[in-house]
Ligand binder design. Structure first.
Ligand code: FA5
Length: 334
């Protein structure tokens, strides 16, 4: 083969590729075309092997021609491959196309438990009135749960709070009032907090009692506070939580840690029945002394309400046990 013949053969390979490339429709076709030209027995590969038949002074020139052709063909193949790959992708997408008109899968949203909803609502009301939210441990000592609250070892009130003891002097708190002591020992007056939390009593479960329940404690200690302030705060709360159209009534009660103490009832105007909503009172001077406050200097008031009770009144629920049974038919109503 002469140099001229080789150059012509190279041109022909290119012309053949150009002619054939229009018919290359798939990546498989392209691979076949590539093998025909550049494969081990491909036309261009064969042309490369015929280089050695040329006289040595022409070989360099011929090599240049073939390398240029090889480069050109490789470039053309790459371009074609890109176009075909894109086409293949479109085809695949068209095949997998989503039908946006089909109805979606309905996934029900979870909700907060009604007791959590009520707790958050109560917190919000008191946050607006300028109270902080405090918390304390559910495992308490007798000191915080009883003694510091003026409930001595022989005090009959201890029987009322029939407790779950975990060990000597350690129990599950029977109310949220121990948090009053913890907060007052940590802060100087004025103190204005509420404390929502879980409480435990050895009460037999029935429609209105559960061995585990929730209270919200409120405590405000400052110079010059009187029972009138207590009435005002509770009145604001009743209006915010139950809405207008309710009246409230205080009746005498007894708690060792408040003096005087009261029970608060509400009633829908125009109805007969009074409903107890909380225990309340002015913080007992002995409790103030116990935490290092001067009862001549500051006064305070406190109350404790049951969250279950509030939720039952709000939603007209007759049985407290419904809150714990995790029956979705019940829970999904809130
Ligand atoms: C107390 O626990 C006092 N610490 C409240 C208090 C705080 C008074 C500050 C004065 C000043 P009492 O035992 O009444 O009080 O409980 C308060 C509320 O907790 C009750 O009105 C009731 O709603 C709720 N409660 C008590 N025991 C249970 C129970 N076993 N199941 C559900 N709710 C309960």
């Amino acid at each position: 083969m002469t140099l001229t013949e080789l150059a012509r053969a190279a041109e022909e390979i290119w012309a053949q590729w150009e002619k054939a490339s229009g018919g290359v429709k798939t990546l498989e076709d392209l691979e076949t075309a590539r093998i025909q030209i550049l494969g081990r027995k491909g036309r261009l590969t064969q042309l490369f092997s015929s280089l050695r038949d040329l006289p040595s002074q022409e070989r360099a020139e011929a090599g240049k021609i073939l390398n240029a052709l090889k480069e050109r063909i490789e470039e053309a193949l790459a371009k074609k491959r890109e176009v075909l790959a894109q086409g293949a992708q479109w085809e695949r997408l068209a095949r997998e196309r989503y039908d946006f008109s089909l109805p979606g899968k309905w996934r029900p949203l979870g909700k907060l438990h009604p007791l959590t909803q009520v707790r958050l609502e109560i917190e919000e009301i008191f946050l607006r009135l300028g109270f902080d939210v405090a918390s304390g441990p559910e495992i308490e000592t007798e000191y915080y749960n009883f003694e510091a609250l003026n409930i001595g070892p022989d005090h009959p009130a201890r029987d009322e709070w029939d407790s779950f003891y975990l060990g000597e002097g350690v129990l599950l708190r029977t109310h949220t009032s121990p948090v009053q002591i913890r907060v007052m020992k940590e802060r100087k007056p004025p103190v204005r907090i509420i404390c929502p939390g879980r409480c435990y009593r050895r009460d037999n479960p029935d429609a209105t009692h559960s061995p585990v329940f929730h209270q919200v404690e409120l405590l405000w200690v400052e110079k010059g506070l009187t029972f009138a302030h207590l009435k005002w705060v509770i009145g604001e709360f009743v209006r915010a939580f139950f809405g207008p159209g309710y009246e409230m009534r205080f009746s005498a009660d007894f708690f060792p840690f408040t003096e005087p103490s009261a029970q608060v009832h509400i009633r829908k105007k125009g109805t007969e029945k009074w409903l107890e909503i909380m225990g309340a009172g002015m913080v007992h001077p002995r409790v103030l002394e116990e935490v290092g406050y001067d009862p001549e200097e500051v006064t305070g008031f406190a109350f404790g309400l049951g969250i279950e009770r509030m939720a039952m009144l709000r939603y007209g629920i007759e049985d407290i046990r419904l809150f714990w049974q995790n029956d979705l038919r019940f829970l999904s109503q809130f």
